[in-house]
Design a protein around this ligand. Structure first.
Ligand code: PLP
Length: 442
């Protein structure tokens, strides 16, 4: 193989071999699915020890670049190794129901907010958190019955989740995520070298028995979405939360993480399975859907060890969240609370989601979505449905990136879908799902 010959000349150690293979994966010379030589053969060809060759593969596996093991063979992973920024290409004139974005009309204006901000000059060593913001967030969590040791500010929900995972897990550890679940989380876990153990969901969240099996199989952490689950739209009920807490009672060292990205997408209060767990836990609340994704701020609460580790990590990295952002978030959240924005916006999204679900149901088509603005619609053939809808002017997301064992489906974001449009779309979908009439050939 040519690349092996190139590497032979370079006289590399394990890290060097891994980096050289990584470079070839990144520029496409080693495409997804490409089989790599067995450890022994690679070692022989490069005149290195089998330990060195195995260690190179191990490093690539941890970064999610290759899959498989030495015995069954190693190959380049299917997931893109490049940061997976997912922006579906939507042709002009096509309605975009594929991107899971909030309706910009429902977000507060940052321009008018910014004009009213009074931002102090802040230097190194100054207090890094705006106390009024921390107090507001503590009260916000408190209203949902969530009391942690402290509130830590981070740069968005996914940043918070990554920091909690890094605080407790090592590459190779297994993490439970929902099936279907948030594609970006899946890619994040893979990139961190964590193993994904998918657990199915229904309208109420993770299913307790499959969760128990995943914990028995050695899962070290569980990431779940208490409301507006993406893409299935589950909403954790108090009953399910109790059932899940009962299951994790026997696994006190497992890390429970709740991805609460859904403020503003579901009428409060929020049920929690993580809060009060006897082991490590965190609820990561992102206000992105309520006050806009661009503020890049989120709030982590949890037990003392978890929150302290996350706080220390953040201090050593970014240092603190800019006072400009903190004050903007404080202003927007105060305004939201004064106008009951959270419940109002959630009600608005519920109407749009229900309009589509009802329109589908009245045509005999089953779809899911109990909270948030996404509708999950099982279909026999994802790409056929996506393509068909596209030719009729609707862009929706294929379910593939979101699911593991869950059957094929599409995700439709109804955040900006008017009721009349929902009827048109449902009619089109129902017509497509109907079994084709038998055609008699002459
Ligand atoms: C389930 C889920 N988690 C997290 C996020 C992102 O949160 P943030 O923008 O705060 O990182 C999203 C965004 O759509 C999401 O759907």
């Amino acid at each position: 193989v040519r690349w092996v010959a190139e590497l032979r000349r370079a006289d590399l150690g394990a890290a060097g071999i891994a980096a050289a293979i990584e470079a070839r994966i990144l520029d496409g010379r080693l495409p997804p699915g490409e089989q790599l030589p067995p450890v022994r053969k690679l070692a022989l060809d490069l005149s290195v020890s089998a330990t060195t060759a195995a260690s190179a593969y191990q490093q690539l596996r941890r970064r999610g670049l290759v899959v498989g093991d030495g015995r069954r063979g190693t190959m380049v992973g299917q997931a893109s190794p490049v940061v997976p920024v997912y922006a579906p290409v939507v042709p002009a004139g096509v309605r975009n129901l594929a991107d899971s974005n909030p309706d910009p009309v429902l977000l507060p204006s940052l321009t008018s907010l910014a004009g009213r901000l009074d931002v102090p000059v802040t230097l190194y060593g100054a207090r890094s958190e705006v106390p009024a913001l921390v107090q507001l967030v503590e009260a916000w969590f408190g209203a949902d019955g969530i009391t942690g040791d402290q509130v830590v500010l981070v740069s968005g929900g996914m940043d918070g989740i990554e920091r909690v995972l890094r605080a407790h897990l090592r590459p190779g550890d297994a993490v439970v995520m929902e099936d279907p679940g948030y594609a970006v989380l899946r890619e994040q876990l893979q990139t961190m070298g964590l193993r994904v153990l998918p657990v199915p969901v229904d309208d109420e969240g993770l299913l307790p028995e499959p969760l128990e099996r995943a914990l028995q199989a050695g899962a070290r952490a569980v990431v779940s979405t208490p409301r507006a689950q993406n893409p299935f739209g589950c909403q954790l009920t108090n009953g399910r939360a109790r059932g899940l807490r009962h299951v994790v009672l026997n696994y006190p060292s497992v890390v429970l993480i709740e991805d609460d990205h859904g403020a503003g997408l579901a009428v409060p209060p929020m049920a929690s399975m993580a809060a009060g767990h006897s082991g490590p836990w965190a609820v990561v609340r992102s206000p992105a859907k309520l006050i806009g994704p661009d503020l890049r701020i989120a709030f982590v609460t949890g037990d003392r060890v978890t929150t302290t580790r996350v706080r220390s990590g953040f201090l050593l990295g970014p240092g603190w969240v800019s006072n400009l952002l903190q004050l903007a978030a404080l202003g927007a959240l105060r305004e939201a609370s004064a106008t009951q924005l959270e419940a109002r916006v959630a009600g608005c999204y519920a109407e749009r989601r229900m309009a589509l679900l009802d329109a589908l149901r009245s045509r005999g088509v089953t779809a899911f979505g109990r909270s948030g603005f996404n509708v999950w619609l099982p279909v026999p053939d994802e790409s056929a449905m996506v393509t068909h809808l596209l030719t009729h002017g609707w862009a929706v997301a294929a379910g593939q990136r979101f699911r593991f064992a869950a059957p094929p489906a599409i995700r439709i974001t109804t955040a900006r879908l008017a009721a009349a449009e929902a009827e048109d779309l449902a009619g089109l979908i129902a017509a497509t799902m109907r079994p084709a009439a038998a055609v008699r050939h002459a």
